[in-house]
Write a protein that binds this ligand. Structure first.
Ligand code: NAD
Length: 499
């Protein structure tokens, strides 16, 4: 019997009513482990009404009290860390320690949001004219929604919900259909932490649920993370419906390896960032750009050596370096790209197709693949593969290496490995990418900075988490005040006389 999952509305689990479902798989076994209700019109309306009602009191609650509930939630997540990580692995396929990292990077943003009383402070100017002062307020938007991808089912929902809730909004999460159980469990923990019913809701569904949220005027903002075509269309639709939106998309992250880099350090970094989580990270490095033939030959040899030692295995196997990919369709897409790379003339040095894992014969396995001599016209270079496939695109010199990420459609993350401070400074200044690592392969900014890609990796003008998130989830009201001279001068201390 497969479990039937629910929505989470008004502080409790609610059965699906639309009659439409999608399957939730265990990627290690390939089996269906649950079925997920996909929301229809009536359910979308109910969740928005609930959230709108609950937001009134929540928005009026003082920010320090709101922050205390979020801190209690962080404690509960920590208490339940192992249980949450196992649940996450069972639907996503990433290894247990990697699942813990997913949750940890999420609650770090919630911890940052405990500073809401400070982050929500307005500005004040005294005496802008005679007797006139000006101050500004940051007020919640009302009901806001987050639409999130499969690859970080704890972190990304928390990046969105933490600041939105701290700022006094009610939040509707539409998580990925592939791994919705951790979001549902987080909803229970928020209730247990004391969050009033209806302030955080989980609406499970597909395009119909997303369109319903986009079209309803009671939803004031949309935060999206996922693939670029969907990000772009949701951004346009949100604007057409008068909503603010921040929509983050796909990536093709390059790592430039200069001739003076520590090549062992660079090779280790490439293995971890290229193959970790089966390459299903938006900040994964998918293109290595060694500068000069000597660097390239030495680097490729080191990568080949290290790939031999990689272990693909079940999520709960403590010796596994990475697990399966999320779905049979993902495995097929990745294998099609590998074939396209071969057909287009790249050198396939390690072929991860045909990977099996004993005892898990029906899992969605992709072994590590390595391409050399990849050029900018190939589909494996231009498009996001989102799997354990690393491409080596050789560059003759630094300028050519720099031009690769600069000319690429995507601009999420990038890294340079070098011992030369001048090259590193020049790179950080000139590269057209939102997040830059210097001898750091996956430069995901910490909670109190902001996260966001450039070009086709992000649509909207504000980033996720950090101070930007509080700007996104609040509207500014500016108040100009004049008090006419009053009682101070006009007060009479003499008994009025009758006229
Ligand atoms: P996806 O675009 O398939 O799905 C993301 C969300 O959009 C899901 O909730 C899904 O239900 C919904 N959705 C899918 N199709 C839709 C449609 N036609 N209309 C409305 N909603 C729709 O992405 P995914 O496969 O879950 O995630 C992987 C992608 O996310 C990769 O491209 C990855 O680079 C990207 N990603 C980006 C970032 C970032 O910060 N830039 C972070 C993580 C993942």
């Amino acid at each position: 019997m497969v479990r039937e999952l629910t929505h989470y509305v008004g502080g409790k689990h609610v059965k699906g009513e639309s009659g439409r479902f999608s399957d939730v798989f265990n990627p290690c076994t390939g089996e269906v482990q649950a079925r997920l209700p996909l929301a229809g019109k009536a359910e979308i309306d109910t969740v928005i009404s609930n959230a709108a009602q609950a937001q009134l009191a929540w928005g009026a609650t003082n920010p320090q009290r709101r922050a205390r509930i979020l801190l209690k939630f962080v404690d509960l997540v920590n208490e339940h860390m192992d249980e949450l990580a196992e649940l996450l692995s069972s639907e996503h396929g990433k290894t247990f320690p990697d699942a813990k990292g997913d949750i940890q990077r999420g609650i770090e943003v919630v911890e940052f949001c405990a500073a809401a009383p400070h982050l929500l402070k307005g500005e004040f100017s005294d005496s802008v004219g005679t007797g006139i002062d000006v101050h500004s307020l940051r007020q919640p938007l009302g009901v806001v929604a987050g639409i999130t991808p499969f690859n970080f089912p704890a972190m990304i929902p928390l990046w969105k919900a933490g600041p939105a809730l701290a700022a006094g909004n009610a939040f509707i999460l539409k998580p990925s259909e592939r791994d919705p159980s951790v979001p549902l469990r987080l909803a229970e923990l928020l209730t247990e932490a004391g969050l009033p019913d209806g302030v955080f809701n989980v609406l499970n569904g597909d395009k119909e649920a997303v369109d319903g949220l986009l079209e309803d005027p009671r939803v004031k903002a949309i935060g999206f993370v996922g693939s670029t075509p969907i990000a772009q269309s949701i951004y346009a639709s949100a604007a057409a419906h008068g909503k603010r939106a921040q929509c983050f998309g796909g990536a093709k992250n390059h790592m430039i390896i200069m001739p003076d880099a520590d090549l062992d350090m660079a090779a280790d970094a490439l293995i971890g960032s290229g193959y970790g989580s089966a390459g299903e990270r938006c900040m994964a490095i998918s293109v290595a750009v060694p500068v000069g033939k000597e660097t390239a030959d030495a680097l490729v040899a080191k990568l080949q050596e290290r790939i031999k030692d990689l272990k693909v295995g079940a999520s709960m196997d403590p010796t596994a370096d990475f697990g399966p990919v999320v779905a049979a369709s993902a495995k097929e897409r990745i294998e099609n790209y590998i074939q396209a790379g071969v057909d287009e003339g790249a050198s396939l040095l390690v072929d991860g197709r045909g990977q099996t894992v004993e005892g898990y014969e029906n899992g969605f396995w992709c072994g590590p693949s390595l391409f050399d001599n990849v050029t900018t016209s190939m589909s494996i270079y231009k498009e996001e593969i989102f799997g354990p496939v690393l491409c080596v695109a050789r560059a003759a010199d630094y300028e050519e290496a720099l031009s690769l990420p600069n000319d690429h459609e995507f601009g999420n993350g990038v890294a340079i490995f070098t011992r030369d401070g001048d090259a590193a400074r020049d790179f950080a200044s000139r590269v057209q990418v939102g997040m830059v690592g210097i001898n750091v392969p996956i430069p995901v900014p910490i909670a109190y900075y902001t996260f966001g890609g450039w070009k086709a990796s992000g649509f909207g003008d504000l980033n996720q988490h950090g101070a930007d998130a509080f700007r996104f989830y609040t509207k500014t009201k500016t108040v100009t005040t004049r008090w006419p001279s009053g009682i101070r001068q006009g007060a009479s201390f003499v008994m009025p006389e009758g006229s």
